[in-house]
Design a protein around this ligand. Structure first.
Ligand code: GLC
Ligand code: CA
Length: 542
């Protein structure tokens, strides 16, 4: 693997810093906490850590509202701690990926503080302002976290545009001074030794609010190419864009191997399948399994040789995959491993979200114990609209972002070993059963399965370059595929549900070596047991 493409056989681990590990007993995870867990991460085998935002922020949206891009929030530590982390990680061949929030800043950022002083202020144009129409907002656009997307500022007699909370005013990318400030800031981080960037809601930067356009604005790719040219071209940086609006066509532009834009993007087509058509994520629907196969294999096929996929089930905005599409009861371990094997056999760069490697699960708390602004706003809005409390809580149990944000479960001691203080958010009560300490020692744990998958990817080139083919397209229970290159083939076969099935393919023979599975004695049965997953390696005859 050339150094420039190191991310093609690496696995990236996402850390949600406030919930990862607390070093100073204030109940909030921090950079020193991360440093203290680097050996664990090295043992797992990951090549990079993407940290959700740690820059200075009033934390209205847990750091996705940045008030100083070139400083660390005191809650997480200091710039010195960050340098320390970069260095300590490097010793373990791990790179640090920063989360760049470039679509908006915090309203407490100096730029915005200036911008709202007067229309003549040199920073006014850093944001998106419009006059009202007879005392009402310029249009009906809504913010993602509820309410109008426009906020009135009496001082300047104008509304500013915010796609997220009122405390997250959108930056005006049309203004080249804004873009230059951003590029300077990024170059400053690159000099500090940062290994790459995750770009928050990057497909929303080219908004055109007068046209009602938020994602995929007409100038998006022009802006991205400039951003890339000015900042990302040097060195071995990995860049991954968060693009809720990506199609395979767009993803080929974003991740074109000519490097003119990004290394890859997160697409969400598969992740949005269990919601009602045209409705919000809170409107629950079952997962259409055949559709899941269709979507994932289409992305595999269409990006082959023309772009690069990122592979993920979980992140800090999504519920836990084992609770969502697996089984967090009797088959928690089996289904967590099945989902891992299914995803890690595909082409692309896999991402593991903290705790996913332990099979951590969703939570069911009282509303007082939730912290997420999106969840709390929705709860209030829906009750006002007349929804029943039970129905609203059911949506929260299934989809709240806080499902993924509970503290990391390190051991079976107090607060799961996350903090010696009072955790900022309640620990999932199942930590005595599900925790890192017990799983690291256990060869049959979910952790050990992830660890092995990461090693296999480094060992067998077919993980990186094999061409994907879906098998059993119409099978209602089994997800099976092959990956084929010049001299070998991977065969992955997964029972997605809890019924035992007849093995639906030709029986494996001696030319096939089982690389990994989630049951012992896999070779001796003609059945696929609940959530059974197997990955075989076949050497081609020369
Ligand atoms: C992205 C982040 C999410 C955040 C939003 C606004 O979707 O992943 O956590 O709330 O952008 O910055
Ligand atoms: Ca702390």
């Amino acid at each position: 693997m050339s150094e420039h493409n190191w991310w093609k056989n690496a696995v990236i681990y996402q850390i949600y810093p406030r919930s990862f590990s607390d070093s100073n007993k204030d109940g909030i995870g921090d950079l020193q906490g991360i440093i203290s867990k680097l050996d664990y991460l090295e043992n797992l085998g990951v090549g990079a850590l993407w940290l959700s935002p740690v820059c200075r922020s009033p934390q209205d949206d847990n750091g996705y509202d940045i008030s100083d891009y070139q400083d660390i929030d005191p809650m997480f530590g200091t710039l010195g701690d960050m340098e320390n982390l970069i260095e300590e990680a490097k010793k373990r061949h791990i790179r640090i990926i920063l989360d760049l929030v470039l679509n908006h800043s915090s309203d407490e950022h100096y730029w915005f503080q200036e911008a709202k002083k007067s229309r003549e202020n040199p920073y006014h144009d850093f944001y998106v302002w419009r006059d009202g129409v007879e005392g009402t907002p310029p249009n009906q656009m809504r913010a993602a976290f509820g309410g109008s997307a426009w906020e009135w500022v009496p001082q300047v007699q104008q509304y500013y545009f915010h796609q997220f909370s009122v405390k997250q005013p959108d930056l005006n990318w049309e203004n080249d001074r804004v873009r230059r400030e951003i590029y300077d800031m990024i170059r400053w981080w690159v000099k500090k030794g940062i290994g790459g960037f995750r770009l928050d809601v990057i497909d929303q930067i080219a908004k055109e609010p007068d046209q009602g356009i938020t994602v995929n604005g007409p100038k998006l790719h022009e802006f991205l190419r400039e951003l890339s040219r000015e900042t990302f071209q040097e060195g071995e940086l990995v860049t991954v864009g968060e693009t809720w609006g990506a199609t395979t066509e767009l993803a080929k532009c974003y991740s074109n191997p000519d490097h003119s834009e990004l290394s890859m993007v997160f697409q969400f087509e598969h992740i949005c399948l269990d919601q009602m058509e045209g409705k919000e994520k809170w409107d629950l629907a079952p997962l259409p399994f055949l559709k899941l196969k269709e979507v994932l294999s289409r992305w595999q096929r269409e990006l082959y040789g023309k772009g690069w996929n990122s592979l993920f089930w979980d992140n800090h905005d999504l519920p836990r995959i084992v609770s969502r599409w697996g089984n967090d009861g009797a088959y928690r371990v089996e289904s967590a491993k099945m989902l891992a094997i299914l995803l890690h056999g595909m082409q692309g760069t896999p991402y593991i979200y903290q705790g996913e490697e332990l099979g951590m699960t969703n939570i069911r708390y009282e509303i007082e114990d939730y912290r997420d602004i999106e969840t709390l706003n929705m709860y209030r809005e829906r009750l006002e609209k007349g929804y029943g409390k039970e129905e609203v809580m059911a949506s929260i149990y299934a989809k709240s972002r806080d499902n993924a944000r509970t503290p990391m479960q390190w051991n079976d001691g107090e607060n799961a070993g996350f903090t010696e203080g009072k955790p900022w958010m309640k620990v999932n009560p199942n930590y005595k059963e599900i925790n890192a300490e017990s799983q690291v020692k256990d060869e049959d744990s979910v952790f050990s399965c992830y660890r092995k998958l990461i090693r296999l990817r480094k060992e067998y080139p077919v993980f990186v370059d094999g061409c994907f083919e879906l098998l059993l397209e119409k099978d209602e229970n089994v997800f099976a595929y092959t990956r084929t290159n010049q001299d070998s083939q991977l065969l992955v076969i997964c029972n997605f549900y809890d019924q035992t099935l007849e093995y639906p393919l030709e029986q494996p023979d001696s030319s096939m070596r089982l690389l990994i599975g989630n049951y012992k004695d896999a070779d001796q049965t003609r059945m696929l047991r609940p959530y059974e997953a197997r990955m075989y390696f076949v050497e081609k005859k020369k």
